[in-house]
Design a binder for this molecule. Sequence first.
Ligand code: CP
Ligand code: NVA
Length: 327
Amino acid sequence: MIPATVTRKDFLSVLDFDATDLERCLRLAAQVKADRTLGRLAPTAETLSGRHVAMLFDKPSLRTRTTFEIAIRELGGHLVALQPDVALGRREPVADVARNLERWVDAVIIRTFSQDVLQEFAAAAPRLHVVNALTDQEHPCQALADVLTLQEHFGLLRGRTIAYVGDGNNVATSLTHAAAMLGVHVHVASPEPYQLPHAVVQQATSVARHGARLRLFSDAADAVAGADAVYTDTWTSMGQETEADIRRRVLAPYQVNDELMALARPGALFMHCLPAHRGDEVTADVFESDVSVVFDQAENRLHGQKALLLMLLAGRGADFGLRMAVD
Ligand code: CP
Ligand code: NVA
């Protein structure tokens, strides 16, 4: 047995994990997924007993909110569902909210706009675990589910290629971080105004392992050629609604349709974090096709986040009686 926990306080970014943490998280996620049929007899069913986890969402959510709520309950923890009227940073300083919550709960899961606000929150409360449930810049919990889904379909991920087509946004950023760490080549195709930020390219390059390469393209067809999976996300993220018209015009050549999928490897997977907009970033045909694994991704949000909570919150050295192979 090896300890499955990490000493990191927060998960604000995939980059808060190193490659070993990420690989352990994936193994733990696969384990808790398999154990789910055991219900209350699962080895982790009481791991968070007596622990409180708060959630605060400044933006809408279906998947993230629901899967964290179930994860906390299935690990024996207690959920505190904070209301948006907490008005993070507007009713009282961000640091004050964090220092209050630190006195009551063990962890806070936050969906908000600015990554800087999340960092300020986490820095103000040294005993409080903080998890990023999506910011404008990153969506690391989504990336856990994405790489878990890829692993389920491909087994060993090293040397595979994923093509992300469209807006170089929060989902693209966290996917790029995670894929590079796991040795997956990443091709990103975006129009000039919506490219992956340069800082993300540098970060991914510095954490890349096993020869993983990140390549940026302006042409979707070039990015997708030979890829094992094709990923896209909405062209207009939450908070960008006033830009929807211009984004739709500029991003139109990046729609994932049958013609584009035909350029990928035969049987290449189609991936999307959801919610999806049929007729914009993806056609209904591709979304509903046999290679679409979007609901596997959605399911894996639960298992990935359960593993994450275990790694952050279980006592140092805990192994949960799990079958974690030594690296
Ligand atoms: N993919 C995702 O994060 O979905 P929600 O916005 O519904 O949480
Ligand atoms: N990029 C999207 C992801 C939604 C899960 C957004 O930020 O709205």
